[in-house]
Design a protein around this ligand. Structure first.
Ligand code: ASP
Length: 436
């Protein structure tokens, strides 16, 4: 069976087993000893350990992978003068898709009115963490110490350093060529590590989802059903309709092929709720299965994982309308435009880890004068939405990578069209079995 199918089966099995466990734990007839054993040894024991090891091993690869693949990309583009246009187009499409996402979210939310009829419960005692000011977000892009940036996993700083390094390699003549060869070899080795770790994925995905669904207060969905399903509907709309139209319209490529190849990436995004942890899988898929050349993917994917969060912006758009309605505040046209602008910028400043979208939501709310404590109202269902919006976030990165690479002729359509792409002749880590 292909790795993709095993990961998807693990995902469904994890959700079902977790929900079953949650029902068992809430049953009044369950002996106290069994409950304690399940909680201590299974949920907080085996499942927790396997899940954490899985996420740690994914994160382990992020910095080396981003560093070497960006250097390879930048060093091969450095002399071609295409670096500027590629960077410009990438930023343009990342901002455009995010702005479209918030606009769709606001439109749906205004039509549905998710907050009307919701009573303000007395529990609105959320302690908002301070969202970073925009000026800091900008200044923090530039590293003063590359080693520290890597140690702390500061993605934008690593990107800036690796870009400079890669460009310098391409300008440095023969010594540069020697170093470039070393980094190309390094990239092949780190990609191999990603493949090997893929074999952990079915176990890791199962453990993460099983633990989450065993402990998640899934009933919170009923209280917030309109909000929850509005966000979900806009997420699906954006992923299936907006991305399909953009892909088809700008490149002529088949969205169905894209979606079928994205399934394992979605499984990772869904179970880790982190575009950062999913990055090794996204990058590998975009390069080896979608056919985007490394010189483009090495730049667009890490950058997208860090600054492009369409799913997060959708949640923020719907949440703003929801909170405004619950608190009885009428939003003006100017307020809506402010939400589009700040949610787009907030998506740049949102770290690619679980739950940060809620923190930057504070920034959006305060820009339009809404009470930040309103976030407490939606916290109950946020983790579930986080999983889905992270899957949308990584899809956006892949779509923009395809658009930019095909416009630059840095795209191999035969790889995109080949359902068996990524079978590289060995048995390690392939998503699909070899063609017969
Ligand atoms: N979990 C999201 C991501 O990593 C960010 C967020 O919306 O909280 O893409």
């Amino acid at each position: 069976m292909s790795l993709t199918n095993r990961i998807l089966i693990a995902m469904v099995a994890g959700i079902l087993t977790g929900s079953l466990l949650s029902m068992t734990l809430s049953s009044a007839t369950l002996p106290e000893m069994v409950r304690a054993a399940l909680e201590v040894y299974l949920i907080d024991g085996v499942l927790d350990v396997v899940g954490r090891i899985f996420v740690a091993s994914l994160k382990l690869l992020v910095v080396p992978l981003v560093f070497v693949s960006l250097i390879c990309g930048a060093s091969s583009l450095g002399n071609s003068s295409r670096m500027g246009p590629i960077a410009g187009k990438t930023l343009f499409f990342y901002l455009l898709t995010t702005a479209l996402a918030v606009t769709a979210a606001l439109t749906f939310a205004v039509l549905v009115s998710p907050g009307s009829g919701v009573e303000l419960a007395g529990e609105a005692n959320f302690q908002a963490k301070q969202a970073p000011p925009l000026t800091d977000v900008l200044v923090n892009i530039f590293p003063s110490n590359p080693i520290q940036a890597m140690a702390e996993g500061k993605m934008l700083q690593i990107i800036v350093f690796a870009l400079l390094f890669g460009l310098a390699i391409s300008w440095a003549g023969e010594p540069g060529q020697r170093i470039a060869g070393f980094f190309r070899d390094m990239e092949a080795v780190v990609m191999k590590m990603v493949e090997v770790l893929m074999h952990l994925a079915p176990y890791g995905v199962f453990a993460l989802l099983c633990k989450l669904f065993a402990t998640l207060g899934i009933t919170a969905i009923f209280d917030l059903a309109t909000y929850f399903f509005t966000v979900l509907a806009v997420l699906l709309f954006h992923a299936l309709v907006v991305y399909s139209l953009l892909l088809k319209g700008l490149t002529g490529l088949s969205p169905a092929m894209l979606f079928s190849k994205m399934r394992p990436v979605w499984a990772f995004a869904f179970s880790t709720a982190s575009s950062g942890a999913t990055l090794p899988v996204t990058l590998r898929t975009v390069e080896r299965r979608l056919g985007v050349d490394n010189s483009v993917a090495g730049f667009t994917v890490p950058l997208g994982a860090t600054i492009n969060m369409d799913g997060t912006a959708i949640m923020q758009g719907v949440a703003t309308v929801f909170i405004a309605e619950v608190y009885g505040v009428d939003l003006s046209w100017v307020a809506y435009l402010t939400v589009i602008l700040t949610a787009t910028l907030a998506s740049v400043g949102t770290a690619a880890v679980p739950g940060v979208g809620l923190i930057t939501l504070a920034m959006v709310l305060s820009q339009v004068g809404l009470p930040v404590e309103g976030i407490a109202l939606i916290i109950g269902v946020d983790r579930l939405l986080d999983m889905v919006r992270t899957a949308v976030n990584v899809t956006g990165d892949s779509v923009v990578s395809l658009i930019v690479s095909s416009s630059e002729n840095k795209f191999d359509e035969t790889v995109f069209l080949d359902p068996h792409a990524d079978h590289d002749g060995d048995d390690v880590g392939d998503f699909v079995p070899p063609p017969h």
